[in-house]
Design a binder for this molecule. Sequence first.
Ligand code: MG
Length: 160
Amino acid sequence: MMRIGHGFDVHRLVPDRPLILGGVTIPYEYGLLGHSDADVLLHAVSDAILGALGLGDIGRYFPDTDAAYKGIDSMLLLKYVVDMAQARGFRVSNLDTTIVAQRPRLAPHVAEMVTNLTRACQIPSGCVNVKATTTEQLGYAGRGEGISAYAVVLMAATEN
Ligand code: MG
């Protein structure tokens, strides 16, 4: 049995925060604002996995009102979600993502993001894709006010 899930997230760009995308710290004069490390890509992926399984969204499990999650590494949130899926008899089959950012240039960092996602989702290489696009300077992403990310995941029932 297969399940498909979709995730979307956006965070605001502000000064004096590190920019962390897909678990990679990227040199830039702005970073994403959030209660956690604000890794918008990992949040979209986590929500896609939860969505596939009808389990809500990461805000349900890691509320931004809980001080325990302040500044937390979103890779830990993703791993928790992957474990939840496994406990319910599902594994990630493949994952496709898009980051929407006008700046900085993300291409040099995509391979490391793919490696991080491949490890966190515990799937073979070649089953994860990370794309980056600008919006041709249109809208909030184009003005550099924020970065968003989309994720689509296919979950497969684990054989026994
Ligand atoms: Mg988020």
